[in-house]
Design a protein around this ligand. Structure first.
Ligand code: UDP
Length: 194
């Protein structure tokens, strides 16, 4: 993909379907992948905090989450084709996982929230293999968590620790696990939990 920079954040010029299709290619090849669905808050934070910018720049694909990003790209004269919202990407990934019985690891949110979100997934996407469901309130230095993720051999790892924390956690751990499409999903488990 071509990239479009907005305040230093490199967005891929890709439609939702194109993004879903590269995600699927990564799963099929079992090649790890880090996706950031960046909204204007993420762009501003990256612009203010060099360490966060460095983390975002480790992503394989940064997609435009929200019409604000699409508008900004247009004003800069480097338009993006469409909005690729985080929650929508998550749902498309769950759909893929349901069609192909892929393995999904969920980490983040409060225990009751992540359990309710998992229950919703079991109901709505019955062929998804949920290989891990864990809340987001753990000790950052607890090495057993990444070991557990690795043992689960996930195709997808959805991380809901809030903006900043989730991207940092992914960047620190995805290479230890060595497989999976990793994505920070912010408040999406709360949405799925209803
Ligand atoms: N969260 C978490 N651990 C933390 C901080 C937040 O699991 O240490 C969860 C929180 O429970 C919520 C999700 O992360 O389900 C998103 O939080 P928030 O709405 O603050 O995130 P943002 O809007 O910054 O992405």
């Amino acid at each position: 993909f071509q990239t479009v920079h907005i305040l230093g954040v490199p967005f891929v010029r890709a439609t939702m379907d194109e993004v879903v299709s590269v995600i699927h290619a990564h799963v099929k090849q079992q090649k790890p992948c880090f996706i950031v669905t960046a909204n204007p808050e993420i762009v501003m934070k990256a612009n203010e905090e060099p360490t966060y910018m460095a983390t975002i720049q480790q992503a394989d694909y940064v997609v435009a989450d929200g019409i604000g990003v699409v508008k900004a790209a247009e004003w800069l004269g480097t338009p993006l084709p469409e909005r690729v919202a985080g929650y929508d990407v998550l749902c498309r990934c769950l759909q893929l996982a349901d069609e192909h019985q892929y393995r999904v690891y969920m980490i983040g949110a409060k225990e009751e929230v992540v359990q309710a979100a998992a229950q919703h997934i079991r109901h709505r996407y019955p062929h998804v293999r949920l290989v891990g469901v864990r809340n987001g309130y753990f000790d950052w230095n607890d090495k057993t968590i990444v070991e557990e993720v690795k043992q689960a051999a996930p195709d997808f790892v959805f991380v809901a620790l809030g903006m900043g924390k989730q991207e940092q956690w992914i960047a620190e751990h995805m290479h230890t696990v060595g497989r999976g499409v990793w994505m920070g999903v912010g408040g999406s488990f709360d949405v799925l939990a209803g």
